[in-house]
Design a protein around this ligand. Structure first.
Ligand SMILES: [Zn+2]
Length: 466
């Protein structure tokens, strides 16, 4: 089989290189050799940089299957602009004994031909790199003059083609301002914010609903504070069909001034909050509280729960009274640093173990959790429950408003009653040797869970309650 391989890239298509021209030139040369029956393999719109191309893939399979006796190219560039690819292909062809021909001149298997072939490949690779460099230099020159190199149609802006810069789209800018304001005012993450926007009917530039990711990118984008960083990323070609966005070194970025929608101070405040939320999200899940689930408020008897806060990028973990923090009832309890109280609890246990103090004696001396205040809360809640029910019955209050309130009250009553009803443990598992030999968090945590007591915390210290 006598074949012709022709290829143009998309760039070359624009410059008027044609597949037809290559084929007719090759056919002419074949005709001169008395060959008129030819088969064409055509890659129209494929870069020569990579070896994967649909027609070339078929051609190589046919070469391997020894179906081919002659292959004609217009010139070596058509095989590839990449020297390595050229050499691979030439090698594959030579191995099967097929003949490789070029309209622009044949480079046969002689040492001189091989050298020339290699040189030509090297030079075409060099040219291509040079062209890319020149295009980049042009774009960089434009950017350093304060002009945008392309319009990426961001929300909040229109494009002024004469000045090559953005102009504020007043309506879209309001959406940007709203997103920044909501993020600063509400204590919500970007996903929750996107859900709120969707509920409000606010849409993206293309009329879609906001996602958490879109909101995050808008909040992170310095462009809205008036500085667009150009040349921040580039498309890295990783194969014939795939490209990947890669970040450039910040030294290569070029700042371009654009009209600001958000004051710089507000933008900075949002960046701080984003950074804090990120730290919070990553550490919140990981933190272990030693006495979690076994700790009660020394003032009101309600359970204490773990909570986290970030100050100047330091993360602090606390135990907080759930009656105060969840149900918003007055309680003297303060935020108590969990690491310090975890240590105090453990030191207390070590003291019991070392001094050979009778742990069951401590149990007998304990009065249990003081449930008086909790019982008082329960009766308050029940009164409230009865009042709301009455208002619904006599039509003063709409059931749609009362329903969620009644549900919340019921939940609170259940939580409080479960504390009051808790039975005091009959047996305690205090193992001296086990406590003295425990080293890891998990070993200690297991002992705490088995102990059968709770720890009542106040700012003044710890009391063991059974
Ligand atoms: Zn409390």
């Amino acid at each position: 089989m006598n074949v012709i391989y022709a290829r143009v890239s998309t760039d070359e298509q624009k410059k008027g290189y044609s597949i037809d021209g290559q084929i007719s030139q090759c056919q002419k040369r074949y005709a001169g050799m008395g060959i008129t029956d030819t088969t064409e393999y055509i890659d129209d719109g494929y870069s020569g940089e990579y070896i994967e191309r649909p027609a070339l893939d078929r051609l190589r399979a046919d070469i391997k299957a020894k179906k081919i006796s002659r292959i004609m190219f217009y010139d070596p560039d058509r095989m590839s602009r990449n020297l390595t690819v050229q050499l691979i292909l030439a090698d594959e062809i030579e191995k099967t004994g097929a003949e490789m021909l070029f309209v622009t001149g044949d480079y046969d298997a002689s040492p001189e031909g091989k050298l020339f072939f290699s040189m030509k490949g090297a030079i075409s690779a060099y040219e291509k790199a040079k062209i890319r460099q020149r295009t980049m230099d042009g774009k960089r020159g434009k950017a350093t003059k304060g002009k945008l190199t392309f319009n990426d149609r961001p929300l909040g802006y229109d494009y002024d083609y004469e000045k090559c810069n953005y102009i504020i789209n007043p309506l879209e800018a309001e959406t940007i301002k709203l997103i920044y304001r909501m993020y600063l005012d509400d204590i919500v993450g970007t996903v929750a914010l996107s859900i709120k926007l969707t509920a409000m009917g606010v849409k993206t530039k293309s009329g879609k609903n906001f996602s958490g990711g879109t909101v995050y990118r808008i909040l992170k984008n310095e462009m809205y504070a008036g500085t667009k960083q150009a040349f921040k990323t580039y498309d890295k070609k990783i194969s014939q069909y795939k490209r990947k966005k890669e970040k450039r070194d910040p030294s290569e970025w070029i700042p371009i001034e654009v009209p600001a929608i958000i004051p710089r101070a507000e933008w900075d405040a949002v960046q701080d909050k984003l950074a804090q939320n990120k730290i919070l999200a990553s550490r919140k899940a990981k933190h272990d509280y030693l006495i979690r689930g076994m700790v009660v408020c020394g003032h009101c008897g309600y359970a204490m729960i773990g909570t986290t806060s970030v100050k100047e990028s330091n993360v602090y973990h606390y135990y907080t009274c759930s009656s105060k923090s969840v149900y918003k009832r007055p309680c003297e309890a303060r935020l108590l640093r969990s690491d310090s109280y975890d240590n105090k609890v453990w030191d207390t246990l070590i003291k019991y173990a070392k001094d050979d103090i009778d742990f069951s004696q401590a149990q007998q001396n304990s009065n249990g959790i003081d449930t008086n205040k909790i019982s008082k809360h329960i009766s308050e809640l029940k009164n409230r429950q009865a009042a709301i029910t009455k208002w619904v019955a006599d039509g003063t209050l709409d059931i749609n408003i009362a329903g969620p309130q009644l549900q919340a009250i019921k939940k609170e009553i259940d939580a409080a009653q479960s504390i009051v009803k808790q039975e005091r443990p009959k047996k305690i598992a205090f193992d001296r040797a086990e406590i003295l030999s425990a080293n890891t968090f998990n070993e200690k945590r297991k002992i705490i869970l088995n102990l059968g007591c709770k720890f009542a915390l106040t700012k003044d210290g710890i009391e063991l309650v059974f």
